[in-house]
Design a protein around this ligand. Structure first.
Ligand SMILES: [Zn+2]
Ligand SMILES: [Zn+2]
Length: 222
C-alpha cells in the first residue's frame, strides 16, 4: 500500500515550494521482511520506520534544499518522519479506511437504529416465527434457542478495520448472519420450498400451511 503525501518547504514568508506527490509505501510482503532484516542489523532509529519506504526523488529534492541552505537537516528529518507517519495515528489497517471511517461509523450506527426501530415494531401477531441464521429451521418467535441479533457496532476505528480486514480471526466472523423474525406469509413461502420444512423440536411451531394432521407431530429437524 502506498500513499502520496505533500511536502512543503517554507523558504520564507513569501515563498513555499511544494513536492505534490511524495510516495510513502508501507511494508508489504517481502519489503516488510527485508526491512526488518536490515533494521535488526542497523543501529536503532527513533521513531522506528523499518516498515516504510519513501520515494527517493523526494528525498533528493529535500537534500538539494539542505545543500542550498533553504532547509535545516533537523527540519528535513521532521518532514520525513511526519510524511511517513500513519494518517490514522494507529496502524496500516486503520489508514486503509481513514477517509471512509466517518461514513462507515455513521452507517453502522444507522443500521443499529434501524434494527432497534424494527425490533420495537415486531409483535407476536405480525412476526410469529424466527428463522435461524442459515434459514434451515423455523422456530416460534419466542423460542429460547434462537433470537434475532442486532447488527454489530464496533466501538472504534481499529476494531472495525481489523474486523473488516481479518474477519476469520474473530469469533463472531459469521455475525453478519443472524436469525430473523418473519411474518406468516414469509413462513409460508419458506416452507413451500421444502418438502418437510424443518421445525424446532423445542418450540414446535405450527406453520400456517400445515394441515391439522401434520401439525400433531413435529417433523424431523433433518
Ligand atoms: Zn425453537
Ligand atoms: Zn489501527
Amino acid at each position: 500500500m502506498a500513499f502520496n503525501r505533500r511536502l512543503h518547504l517554507y523558504l520564507d514568508k513569501a515563498r513555499v515550494q511544494t513536492y505534490p506527490n511524495f510516495v510513502v509505501t508501507f511494508g508489504m510482503g517481502h519489503h516488510t521482511y527485508l526491512n526488518r532484516e536490515l533494521a535488526s542489523k542497523a543501529p536503532p532509529v527513533e521513531p522506528d520506520r523499518s516498515d516504510r519506504m519513501v520515494e527517493l526523488n523526494g528525498v533528493l529534492w529535500l537534500l538539494d534544499a539542505v545543500q542550498r541552505g533553504d532547509l535545516s537537516a533537523e527540519r528535513m528529518r521532521k518532514l520525513l518522519v511526519d510524511a511517513s507517519a500513519y494518517l490514522s495515528d494507529c496502524c496500516q489497517v486503520c489508514d486503509e479506511i481513514f477517509d471512509e471511517w466517518p461514513k462507515l461509523d455513521a452507517n453502522q450506527r444507522a443500521q443499529l437504529e434501524q434494527w432497534e426501530r424494527r425490533s420495537a415494531s415486531l409483535t407476536a401477531e405480525s412476526h410469529p416465527y424466527t428463522l435461524n441464521a442459515t434459514e434451515t429451521k423455523i422456530h416460534r418467535w419466542d423460542c429460547g434457542t434462537v433470537s434475532e441479533a442486532p447488527p454489530p457496532v464496533y466501538p472504534d476505528r481499529h476494531t472495525y478495520a481489523m474486523r473488516a480486514m481479518y474477519p476469520f480471526d474473530f469469533d463472531d466472523y459469521d455475525s453478519s448472519r443472524s436469525a430473523r423474525r418473519i411474518t406468516p406469509a414469509e413462513a409460508t413461502a419458506w416452507a413451500a420450498k421444502r418438502k418437510r420444512p424443518p421445525r424446532c423440536r423445542t418450540c414446535a411451531p405450527i406453520l400456517p400451511t400445515v394441515t391439522s394432521s401434520e401439525a400433531s407431530g413435529v417433523a424431523s429437524t433433518y
